[in-house]
Design a protein around this ligand. Structure first.
Ligand SMILES: Cc1cc2nc3c(=O)[nH]c(=O)nc-3n(C[C@H](O)[C@H](O)[C@H](O)COP(=O)(O)OP(=O)(O)OC[C@H]3O[C@@H](n4cnc5c(N)ncnc54)[C@H](O)[C@@H]3O)c2cc1C
Length: 465
């Protein structure tokens, strides 16, 4: 076990997470007289809103996931540490992280927790086997392999019913992520792949977007109806009031509003519904007495701290406060607010008593040149909204290099018909399920322990021939 910092003479700030909340908090503290340790379980800062473009071959993962270490390398008061935080001890004021059997303890004077949220299957975690979510680079690359792979298998199939199953794509969840994903699969099938196959017609692919709610993009009001119309225009079947009751390799079972169940035969299922906050929220709730809701979000005080712990700030997707949405701006503004509170407290100045979220608007793309956007009272749809979406997303992609290559890839896909990032490996497609299958054996092998592969025991960690 190592101790994160032992010789600190300046106040120690520990930040958990390198997402929007964590990264923007760290950057805000750039000039503060503090020593920052940013601990995250990935080495990158992930721009989640564009994951669907990695999944559909428009962008590479590098463009939306620059190395956190590189982003912060000129920030001299900050140390970046890889590790999954397993324990936060509010009484001892320590954060414990672990990676590959190496455990580190990071003492803090001020703590910012921005560990975000994962996918929720609403208590049906077994759905994940056949309907991956979209929360990480791994998820996006697995989906890319599954989506492009479905067309490959359809080209090989001879049974028309099997070809139909392989060319049916179901996206569950008609929020922004589901709408964007469905739109891009449809464009991929109809614009990009339509000339690439000889036996099948990719443009005949069936793309179904379904949701238990009765509207597409519920928070967008009337714009949701416009999005619905546009989705239909590009050939997407929107099925509302449809609740998923089962998912298996063959397809998906849904129960309609009239209580009738039906099966949709589909090889590719994508889960874009529901989030569950980081389990660290529950841990913090148990120690501080703060309430935690069903989605795992912790109720923070109006200044984003925990009751009785003004030194602990929680921001972003993990929090429950005034029904704030789980969007990037809530995390960014929360991270900056927490950083400012720390700077003020250390300088002996009063801190702002309340976090006020400034809603800069929301937007979702449907297809190329078509989006919906709501900024205050202004509601836009079509090309103008799409241009707005483009500019805003470009502005928030971190790093000049990533912006340049993103623009080039967008030109390839939106002005042309191509997709620059179609490569997918078997490991990407099958790795997640294979690791789950190996379970504790694989966990042990990661730390150099015994590794069982099938019936063989491999002491070297290598697969024998
Ligand atoms: C597919 C998708 C599309 C989206 N589209 C939009 C959009 O168009 N517009 C919008 O505003 N928002 C969008 N969002 C939501 C937005 O991305 C989130 O609201 C935002 O990322 C929340 O920021 P955060 O800092 O709270 O969490 P995240 O950005 O999720 O960051 C969490 C960080 O914590 C780390 N972490 C988690 N657990 C641990 C642990 N135990 N130990 C160490 N590190 C840990 C993670 O590795 C990560 O670095 C989208 C989300 C998804 C998944």
């Amino acid at each position: 076990m190592t101790t994160g910092q032992t010789t600190a003479t300046r106040p120690r700030v520990v930040i958990v997470g390198s997402g929007f909340g964590g990264l923007f908090a760290a950057q805000r503290l750039r000039k503060a007289p503090v020593d920052i340790t940013l601990v995250a379980k990935t080495t990158h800062h992930l721009f989640q809103p564009l994951l669907y473009q990695v999944a559909t071959g428009i962008l590479s993962q590098g463009e939306i996931a620059p190395a956190t270490r590189e982003i912060l390398n000129s920030q001299k008061n900050t140390r970046v540490v890889l590790g999954e935080v397993t324990d936060i001890d509010l009484a001892a004021r320590t954060v414990t992280s672990t990676v590959l059997g190496r455990t580190a303890v990071h003492p803090y004077d001020e703590l910012i927790v921005a560990a975000g949220a994962g996918q929720s299957y609403f208590g049906n975690d077994h759905f994940a086997e056949h309907a991956p979510g979209m929360k990480s680079i791994d998820d996006a690359l697995e989906l890319r392999g599954r989506i492009f792979g479905a067309f490959e298998l359809a080209e090989l199939a001879t049974d028309p019913a099997e070809i139909d199953r392989l060319l049916t794509f179901v996206v569950v969840g008609a929020g922004p992520t589901g709408v964007e994903m469905a739109g891009q699969i449809a464009e991929l099938a109809r614009r990009t792949l339509h000339r690439d196959f000889t036996r099948i017609d990719p443009s005949s692919a069936r793309v179904i977007l379904l949701d238990a709610a009765d509207q597409v993009l519920p928070p967008f009001g009337d714009l949701g109806k416009k999005a619905h119309t546009r989705l239909n225009e590009i050939g997407i079947e929107v099925q509302l009031g449809a609740m998923v009751t089962d998912v298996d390799a063959e397809g998906i079972v849904v129960k309609d509003a009239d209580g009738q169940e039906r099966r949709i035969r589909a090889a590719t299922k994508i889960w874009a519904a529901g989030v569950q906050a980081s389990p660290l929220g529950r841990q913090l709730g148990e120690q501080s007495g703060a309430a935690v809701d069903r989605a795992g979000r912790i109720t923070v005080q109006s200044d984003l701290t925990l009751p009785g712990h003004p030194e602990v700030h929680v921001v972003g997707d993990m929090i429950s406060l005034n029904r704030l949405p789980g969007v990037a701006q809530v995390a960014i503004q929360g991270g900056r607010f927490a950083a400012d509170a720390i700077t003020a407290r250390l300088a002996g100045r009063p801190t702002a008593p309340e976090f006020h979220y400034h809603d800069k608007g929301s937007m979702a793309t449907i297809s190329r040149f078509s989006a919906v956007a709501q900024v205050g009272k202004l509601k836009l749809s079509g090309f103008l909204a799409w241009m707005m979406w483009l500019v805003v997303h470009l502005a928030y992609i971190v790093g000049f290099r990533s912006r340049v290559t993103t623009v080039l890839h967008w030109m390839v896909s939106f002005l042309g018909r191509g997709r620059s990032e179609r490569a997918a490996t078997q490991q990407q497609v099958y790795g997640r399920l294979a690791l789950e299958e190996l379970g504790p054996d694989f966990e042990a092998s990661k730390t150099g322990g015994r590794r069982r592969i099938g019936d063989r025991v491999d002491m070297t960690g290598r697969r024998s021939a």
